[in-house]
Ligand binder design. Structure first.
Ligand SMILES: NC(=O)c1ccc[n+]([C@@H]2O[C@H](COP(=O)([O-])OP(=O)(O)OC[C@H]3O[C@@H](n4cnc5c(N)ncnc54)[C@H](OP(=O)(O)O)[C@@H]3O)[C@@H](O)[C@H]2O)c1
Length: 343
């Protein structure tokens, strides 16, 4: 099996490469060589998705049985890549996002919920009026169209993950919670503890993507852990247990946190009160073989990666996203004091 991974060095792309090696596949990666180290043993083709000539140069190294695209964010670029690769590949698996749904994060979602309307040849400035998340989602919807209309419905799979966690995560979501748990003391935990959450392990996404690369899973699939897979309390207690620190969660009323201006998703990573954010139906993927490991395993393996030195990352601009996540220590203390004194 010859697999081409567009990207292939950092988070999901790296997990894909590792999983493909385990299966004995031959792997080619396409990237600029900026963000992270190459996986040993892969055929590396350097190139930039923004340069149309790089797509035709890449195609000269084919054919491949399958392409898994982790780097598509701008429809016109994805269109150029899909057109160049279509003659030299079998199946195409495109990594999209639940952000394509106009209802995310406000409404429960399934695989047929309405998506943004974006042309398959749109440029990066399309949807600038939609805000960061809306524009990201609209552009991803255009990328999906670029893939499906170029490759054909019988050879294309679109995967729409929610939040992905696991070793090599660079956004600073689970890694922040783990680092915070290790620091000890009273930990501000956004209630309610029983809030369901659905993060998916990067290795489970990789495994399902490979399944789609070899199988006949056409169409689009939501990729989240099933509703009810875990709760926020499971996340917090797994972080405390895994780090072994003397840390005690203090569960705080979420409306009170919102009133105090605590930033959801960033200051307290993975915390969001919108009713649709963790209400994504991924049963279609489950029927096609998606299996999600326990959240505690994801937490423990991410901690092992962190404590072993972490980071395949070499330090491009993206790595600085981690700096935007997490609550500053003094602010956490102030909030906890105000919560205790509120009566
Ligand atoms: N992370 C999540 O929680 C999440 C959730 C939903 C969906 N997704 C989707 O999943 C996919 C994978 O995301 P990820 O965060 O795991 O990323 P990733 O696999 O770590 O991908 C980054 C890769 O893209 C390459 N790259 C960046 N700019 C490039 C360019 N101009 N030309 C060629 N290659 C380039 C990078 O290498 P170089 O920088 O060296 O070029 C790196 O190999 C994305 O499509 C994302 O939208 C992620």
């Amino acid at each position: 099996m010859r697999l081409l991974i567009l990207g292939g060095t950092w988070f999901l792309g790296r997990a894909l490469g590792e999983a493909a090696f385990e299966q004995g596949w031959s792997v080619t990666t396409f990237n600029r060589g900026v963000s992270a180290f190459d996986l040993p043993g892969v055929q590396v083709i350097r190139g930039d998705r923004e340069q149309p000539g790089d797509w035709s140069r890449l195609a000269e190294h084919g054919p491949w049985d399958a392409v898994i695209d982790t780097i598509g964010y701008v429809p016109s670029q994805v269109l150029a890549g899909a057109k160049a690769l279509e003659p030299v590949m079998g199946r195409y698996v495109f990594l999209s996002s639940v952000n394509v749904y106009t209802g995310w994060p406000n409404e429960p979602l399934n695989d047929v919920s309405p998506v943004f309307d974006c042309p398959p040849d749109a440029d990066a400035d399309f949807g600038a009026d939609l805000g960061y998340a809306g524009q990201y989602g609209a552009l991803k919807a255009g990328c999906e169209r670029a893939v499906v209309e170029t490759i054909g419905t019988d050879r294309a799979t679109v995967l729409r993950p929610g939040v992905i966690l696991g070793p090599n995560e660079y956004v600073g979501r689970l890694t922040w919670w783990l680092a915070r748990a290790e620091r000890g003391g009273h930990l501000l935990a956004p209630g309610p503890p029983e809030r369901p959450i659905q993060p998916i392990d990067v290795r489970d996404v990789a495994r399902f993507a490979m399944r789609c690369a070899t199988g006949r899973q056409n169409g689009s699939f939501n990729l989240t852990a099933p509703v009810g897979h875990a709760t926020f309390a499971d996340l917090v207690s797994a972080c405390i247990d895994t780090t072994g620190a003397d840390t005690e969660p203090v569960w705080v009323d979420p409306s009170w946190l919102v009133e105090r201006g605590v930033q959801q998703w960033t200051e307290l990573p993975l915390w969001r009160t919108h009713s649709g954010v963790w209400n994504v139906d991924s049963s279609r993927a489950t029927e096609e073989g998606l299996r999600c490991r326990p959240l505690a395993t994801t937490v423990a393996d991410t901690w092992s990666w962190m404590t072993a030195g972490g980071a395949a990352v070499t330090g491009s601009g993206e790595a600085s996203r981690a700096a935007d996540h997490g609550l500053a220590t003094l602010r956490e203390l102030e909030i906890l004091r105000a919560w205790t004194m509120r009566a």
